[in-house]
Design a protein around this ligand. Structure first.
Ligand code: ZN
Length: 258
């Protein structure tokens, strides 16, 4: 995989007639647990990597400084640099896709803690002994508000495999699906309020496939922040927006690592 990416990058440089000495560095976003200092991906569930020395292997193709970070962190950074979060310095982004990715940007930079494996916002437990999560715990936010979880809940209730888009659209007329969507939004609200109570960012961003639902999500979620965040109207309630860069967010953010 690294070979393919390296070759594609070199081909792109050649096609654009950009010499290597004009490149200041390479930024790479990778799903999974990333050791940024060592340049190693410790573990990636999605692509089946364990202790892959990404920086060292990529240097064989691109002999310039290389930086890596978790892809959800890169997406949050990209949105803060050039997307829906560009007017803010403290931004938290939740990516609602197959799983739930979390990215924390504080003072304009990725915050991941000093130890490896932090900022996994999708793996905060919101229901004790709840649904099984892929991480091994039960009741994580991801086990309720990922696209996978929404599809599962619909299947359980109506015995049919629907896409998230179909579920949201049919929920306008179907009582059972409406309750599933309402409960999805309530749980997402619990997760967002928890995050706000800890970090109190200026902006919460929603990305990923489900965020495309727009106001259907942001309106009730803004209300639940107003009603449930600590301090309520005596505190500062963050803005809530849908991310604007799509897949580009991770690319912009990875470049921002340099
Ligand atoms: Zn989990």
């Amino acid at each position: 995989m690294i070979d393919e990416i390296g070759k594609a990058a070199l081909a792109l440089l050649e096609q654009q007639k950009i010499p290597m000495d004009q490149c200041v560095g390479v930024g790479i976003g990778v799903p999974g647990t990333v050791d940024r200092k060592q340049g190693i991906v410790r573990y990636s569930n999605n692509i089946g990597w364990e202790d892959v020395d990404v920086v060292k292997e990529m240097e064989a193709h691109l002999p310039i400084p290389i930086y890596i970070a978790n892809d959800a962190d890169c997406a949050a950074l990209g949105e803060t640099i050039a997307g829906a979060g560009r007017d803010y310095q403290d931004v938290i982004m939740l990516t609602l896709g197959t799983g739930v990715g979390g990215g924390i940007i504080l003072d304009g930079s990725i915050y991941e803690g000093k130890g490896i494996g932090g900022s996994e916002l999708g793996h905060m437990v919101i229901v004790e002994n709840g649904e099984q999560c892929t991480c091994g715990r039960k009741g994580c936010l991801e086990a309720y508000v990922s696209a996978t979880a929404l599809i599962r809940d619909a299947r359980k209730s109506i015995g049919k495999e629907l896409t998230p888009e179909e579920i949201f659209s049919m929920a306008r007329e179907d009582e059972v699906l409406k309750e599933i969507v309402d409960s999805y939004i309530r749980r997402l609200g619990v997760g967002i309020v928890n995050i706000v109570n800890i970090f109190r960012p200026q902006l919460v961003l929603l990305g990923g496939r489900i965020a495309a639902q727009g106001e259907v999500l942001t309106k009730p979620l803004s209300e639940s922040m107003m009603q449930s965040c600590f301090g309520k109207n005596r505190s500062e309630i963050p803005e809530l927006r849908v991310a604007s860069l799509g897949n580009e967010a991770g690319i912009v953010g990875a470049a921002g690592l340099i």
